[in-house]
Write a protein of this length. Structure first.
Length: 307
């Protein structure tokens, strides 16, 4: 934990006092050092039978500024922590398993945030559902080519809080969309990560399954990166808050300035009528057009707006 705090502090200092080349060298060295640290801790034989050590490992992961670890992405993190096997282990309690899943989803959202090409804050979002909800969605949509094995993690027992993070069904990140197709001198709109993830879910599973099954049983995990070395508070903006409520997704967890996830956030009541609002309907239409997504509920809202 002390090592992770030192890395966080040094990363903030080097942004203020060093050139970009020196920053890159420092980040590379910090990444290598922390990768070795995590390998050492996770390979300890004591951790297998010591819940306190395992919990300490997860605290280390939660406290370090994970975006700093460019090489330690979610797939590497999952391999180091051996997360699928640990989630099935009867020796770990529910809290420890929840921490593992949240850490992994936090990393996945951070990776997505790095894809952003817009000026300003970088946001990433993953929409997660329980495994049994994903299984039902796949059974209803057998004709589609769903390949979600890489996002679905096994659990030994059902826990309502833990299960929300089991499977990822939608991914998104802040990015520019050029309305006339011309990056230079053309009109553009910044699409927020939550809006992108919602459209991606509909694209993958279809509108009816997304609205009737996935969104009402989902949790939306949002991460904001600050210069790729730390996190910031990332609750949904008013527009995304309203869009999430319009599609029926009211459970939220988001990053905070200290690197932890703020979970157990519940938005106000859901209502499909929120799609009628210009601030919700217009950006949602923009990203649906970008992905080639057809949404009848959006079309109906647009028809009502023309009356």
């Amino acid at each position: 934990y002390q090592a992770s705090c030192l890395v966080k502090a040094s990363s903030e200092l080097q942004l203020q006092r060093h050139t970009k080349e020196e920053q890159d060298v420092t980040i590379s060295l910090q990444t290598d050092a922390l990768t070795i640290l995590l390998h050492t801790i996770s390979s300890s034989t004591n951790i297998i039978n010591n819940n306190n050590l395992y919990y300490a490992l997860n605290n280390v992961l939660a406290s370090i500024q994970l975006p700093l670890l460019q090489k330690l992405n979610s797939s590497v993190c999952e391999q180091i922590l051996n997360i699928p096997q640990k989630l099935s282990s009867p020796s770990l309690n529910t809290l420890q398993k929840i921490t593992s899943l949240k850490t992994l989803r936090h990393l996945e959202a951070a990776e997505l945030a790095r894809k952003g090409d817009q000026i300003g804050s970088k946001h990433g979002c993953v929409i997660c559902v329980p495994n049994h909800i994903l299984s039902r969605a796949k059974s209803f949509n057998k004709s589609s080519n769903l390949n979600t094995n890489d996002t679905q993690l096994p659990l030994s027992s059902y826990s309502s809080q833990m299960s929300f993070y089991e499977a990822v069904v939608g991914k998104g990140w802040n990015h520019n969309i050029f309305l006339n197709g011309r990056p230079n001198g053309g009109r553009k709109r910044v699409i927020h990560s939550e809006c992108h993830a919602i459209a991606n879910t509909i694209q993958t599973f279809g509108e009816d399954i997304a609205f009737s099954l996935l969104f009402p049983n989902a949790i939306c995990c949002i991460v904001e990166l600050v210069r790729d070395v730390s996190y910031d508070n990332a609750p949904p903006c008013p527009k995304c808050d309203t869009l999430l409520r319009a599609v029926g997704c009211t459970k939220i967890c988001h990053s905070t300035k200290n690197g932890f996830l703020q979970d157990d956030v519940t938005l106000a009541y859901p209502d499909i009528a929120f799609l009628d609002r210009d601030t919700v309907r217009i950006p949602f239409r923009t990203v649906c057009d970008e992905l080639g997504v057809e949404c009848l509920r959006l079309v109906e809202a647009e028809d009502r707006a023309k009356r």
